[in-house]
Design a protein around this ligand. Structure first.
Ligand code: ZN
Length: 575
């Protein structure tokens, strides 16, 4: 740093005076929050007593007396947090926002704790309640999501007959948690032409009633694709309504910036059309899927990327390198202990595309100069990406290219070192320690399963990992996600890798300031600092103070986007 000339020093002093007077005189806050814990996610001042907001931005953060003295005016609303906790609004590091548009109009059948689907009678009751609340008329299609046959007690699964008894006149689709199929009732089977005569297509599943050829309800994979493709599309009015309904799911989870993790060109077009209504309540960052890159670029030249337009921003490109470890389609350097999904021996999974295709795609994104999000789960897929990077980024391997490895679940320690060297940010998926740990132990062994989503190691090496739900695969529940990062307790109650647990504060950074940086928005979001957007969430308890196992019970009380309340847990009451 060069020595300060007297001229530069003078201009600095003038600058400071101007800033002070701007705060002291003309800046009266619209709102000042006091009376609860304020967690800023700013390391230089991690907690505060008061936060002042003006014009949708944070005006001041700090000591209550000082903030009130500087920013309280006659019109200022003082909000008493009454012991609740204020934080930056959550920033979604990876989910599938577009799914929320349809899911918001569907019945939740997730297994507990995410939904009511603990057994067949509970599922039928939930659909009945949903249909009554929505005033579904005769003949109308009823769609549901989150049915998980693995969670059904004694293997007693949902069938056509269960749904027929309750819904003789409406086609019902109880969507499978994988999103790759559904249980159909007789009206739905008839509507989509499934009968005893229907042949099962290659790569498809049509479950038959025992002892007969009659379809019994569950239709999966290629057999389900025509159903999925012909589901009703929203009208222009519905595009807006469904978008708002989907965004409300995010707002309810305390999220003020949502992520769309693999966007097809027509979906992006819909998002942009609906955004023109000016009614979006949160920001949405879309990562166009590499297969649709050309079409996306045609409609959206690179100079339009990285900027919000009516709350929609194109963040970068998404490339998928492998599949999922629970589906045994993630690619590893060593075989699965349980073989392949089709009974293959010495099965290691597969890359989504040959190495040279992956390398070419990565090079294409780097040449475009936009951020890259890549999906990789198995250590073999991570190696394949590192090889692609070494070829595509040759000459400057460590340049900041804004690369995020989504999931990175089975990253080895030596691969984490490469992430540091190549500036690759892992976005982990700690919810797997709850939802899929038992499958991972069976498929990959205890040692590998225990180090899934190695967040502790990553932070120790200086990385700033983010954490995600991958909604709609797991529910949008940011407190449950935080709980999983801090506790790593499985569905059956076992601790999965105690040495990879993080502190609540680290877990919170992985859902606020670090994903803000991931989306290149660290200057405006992710922490409570003057000048940043007043994107806020109020929780009923402080995650850094409750017993770690109680984090999952913390409730989002209010969500605020740029100073405006977009979700209130208790309608009518502010807090
Ligand atoms: Zn995903």
């Amino acid at each position: 740093m060069p020595p300060l000339s007297s001229g530069r020093l003078a201009s600095l002093i003038v600058g400071i005076l101007v800033a002070t007077s701007a705060l002291g005189q003309s800046s009266t806050a619209d709102t000042i929050y006091v009376g609860g814990d304020i967690l800023t996610m700013n390391d230089s001042a991690p907690t505060a007593q008061a936060l002042a907001v003006k014009g949708g931005k944070i005006l001041l953060v700090g000591d209550r007396k000082a903030v009130e003295a500087q920013a309280k005016g006659a019109q200022t609303q003082i909000v008493d947090l009454k012991g609740k906790t204020l934080l930056p609004g959550f920033i979604d590091a990876h989910s599938h926002y577009f799914s929320a548009l349809t899911v918001a109009n569907q019945c939740n059948l997730y297994a507990p704790p995410a939904g009511p689907g603990k057994d067949v009678p509970s599922i039928v009751a939930a659909i009945r309640k949903f249909a009554a609340e929505k005033k579904v008329s005769k003949g109308e299609i009823i769609q549901c999501y989150g049915y998980d046959e693995n969670a059904m007690p004694n293997g007693r699964q949902l069938t056509r007959d269960d749904l027929d008894a309750a819904f003789p006149d409406n086609p019902v689709l109880a969507g499978h948690v994988s999103m790759h199929g559904a249980v159909l009732n007789s009206a739905a089977l008839k509507k989509w032409g499934f009968s005893a005569e229907t042949k099962t297509p290659p790569g498809g599943v049509i479950v038959r009633k025992p002892g007969t050829d009659e379809p019994y309800g569950l239709i999966m994979e290629t057999a389900y694709l025509p159903v999925f493709a012909s589901l009703p599309k929203p009208t222009p009015e519905q595009e807006v309504e469904w978008s708002i309904a989907g965004q409300k799911l995010y707002a309810q989870a305390g999220i003020t910036t949502a992520h769309e993790g693999a966007t097809h060109a027509d979906e992006l077009a819909l998002m942009q059309r609906a955004a023109k209504s000016g009614r979006y309540i949160i920001d949405v960052v879309a990562y166009p899927f590499v297969t649709d890159l050309e079409a996306t670029l045609k409609a959206n030249p690179p100079d339009t990327w990285g900027k919000y337009d009516d709350r929609v921003k194109i963040g970068g490109v998404k490339i998928t390198i492998d599949g999922s470890p629970q589906g045994r389609t993630a690619f590893f350097t060593t075989p699965y202990l349980t073989g392949g999904p089709g009974g293959e021996k010495d099965w290691r999974g597969e890359l989504a595309a040959p190495q040279e295709v992956i390398t070419k795609a990565v090079k294409g994104v780097y040449d475009l100069g936009v951020p890259l999000d890549l999906h990789a789960n198995g250590d073999g897929a991570i190696d394949a990406f590192l090889a692609a990077h070494e070829a595509a980024a040759a000459g400057d391997l460590g340049k900041q290219r804004h690369v995020t490895m989504v999931h990175a679940q089975f990253a080895r320690k030596d691969q984490l070192d490469k992430f540091v060297q190549y500036r690759i940010r892992p976005s982990f998926y700690t919810l797997h320690t709850y939802y899929f740990a038992d499958a991972h132990i069976k498929n990959r062994g205890k040692a590998q399963a225990s180090s899934i989503s190695p967040m502790r190691d990553a932070i120790a090496k200086g990385l700033q990992p983010t954490n995600h739900t991958d909604f709609v695969v797991a529910p949008l529940d940011q407190m449950f996600m935080l709980w999983s990062a801090v506790n790593r307790v499985s569905r059956s109650g076992a601790v999965i890798g105690a040495d990879q647990r993080v502190t609540p504060m680290e877990g919170l950074k992985a859902m606020t300031i670090w994903p803000a940086d991931q989306h290149l928005e660290g200057a405006t979001k992710g922490s409570l600092e003057p000048g940043k957007l007043a994107d806020l969430v109020i929780l009923d308890k402080n995650p850094t103070k409750v017993p770690p196992m109680a984090i999952k019970d913390i409730k989002v009380v209010e969500t605020i986007k740029e100073g405006k309340t977009i979700y209130l847990r208790e309608p009518g009451g502010r807090l």
